[in-house]
Design a protein around this ligand. Structure first.
Ligand SMILES: O=C(O)C(=O)C[C@H](O)C(=O)CO
Ligand SMILES: [Zn+2]
Length: 277
């Protein structure tokens, strides 16, 4: 498991492109038949990907990094499938996940195994895992079951629907909040006007992007913004002090996941457009 340390905004404003990417950008999460995991010290979120093709993939890591005897002994896990149909087996119980469906696995589950139903059309499981101190039932949600709200409009190129899966009024968790935002065709901007939430960090996974398209992801303090160029199926870490917004060369979908002090999706500090620099 790769480790990323937490960062101070005064230090980050000195970073060049290379250093920004090393600290915040996660380029490859879906390697066939391999589990990819990145542990960030920003609220100790683990960001991962499991892309089983020929063989099942088991959720496992060097447990010294976590100081426990099984991955989820003191953690919870959110899973969203961005690929084709697959199965997640949790302690012997199979959960079927189609594209854009979510499964939450509570603290204490001992065995989690990811499988694709058809190796020619593999599943791709995106993972967010946060520390937990209480267990909650394993639960699945489809897009239709998620709490959703339409936001933005075509005039501002940000007509989109936000789907909340794991949150205060949805699937219950210890601290993990997770969902997905779908931009309509011809709409390129997400999360503008921007916000921060010093009470929670956040990670974004951009996907459903054409191969030659990019998203210019904006990060940094509102008066000290930087950008990271993102391609399809890449993730980015947003510290609690940073905005997280982006504009694409086409429309796209992204998964957001958060860990921190509360589970209130709407607990955001909006940034006024005049304060952005
Ligand atoms: O399009 C948006 O706006 C978002 O999806 C915002 C994220 O959900 C977010 O930043 C939640 O804190
Ligand atoms: Zn946010």
């Amino acid at each position: 498991m790769e480790r990323r340390y937490a960062s101070h905004p005064n230090e980050v404003k000195q970073f060049d492109t290379d250093r920004l990417r090393k600290e915040f950008h996660i380029p490859a999460l879906f390697t066939p038949d391999k589990l990819e995991l990145v542990l960030t010290h920003e609220d100790r979120l683990i960001i991962g990907g499991a892309a089983p093709v020929r063989e099942p993939i088991t959720l496992e890591t060097d447990l010294k990094e976590l100081g426990v005897s099984s991955f989820l002994e003191r953690r919870e896990l959110g899973i969203i499938n961005i690929g084709e149909h697959g199965t997640v087996r949790v302690d012997g119980t199979e959960h079927e996940l189609s594209n854009k469906e979510c499964l939450y696995v509570g603290m204490g589950a001992e065995e989690v195994i990811f499988t694709s139903s058809d190796p020619e059309h593999p599943a791709k499981f995106y993972l967010n895992s946060a520390p937990a101190h209480q267990t909650f039932p394993t639960a699945k949600a489809t897009l239709e079951e998620a709490d959703s709200s339409a936001l933005g409009d075509i005039k501002n190129s940000n007509d989109r629907v936000i789907y909340r899966f794991i949150h205060q009024k949805g699937i219950q968790s210890a601290q993990l909040v997770m969902g997905m935002t779908l931009l309509k065709e011809g709409n390129m901007w997400n999360t503008m006007p921007a916000h921060t939430h010093p009470r929670r960090m956040e990670a974004y996974l951009y996907f459903d992007l054409p191969e030659d398209a990019v998203v210019i992801h904006l990060m940094g303090q509102p008066n000290e913004t930087r950008h990271i160029v993102m391609r399809n199926e890449q993730a980015v870490i947003s510290p609690s002090w940073s905005i997280h917004s982006g504009v694409g060369t086409s429309n796209y979908t992204f998964i957001w996941g958060m860990a921190g002090d509360n589970k209130r999706y709407d607990d955001m500090d909006p940034v006024s457009m005049k304060d952005l620099k």
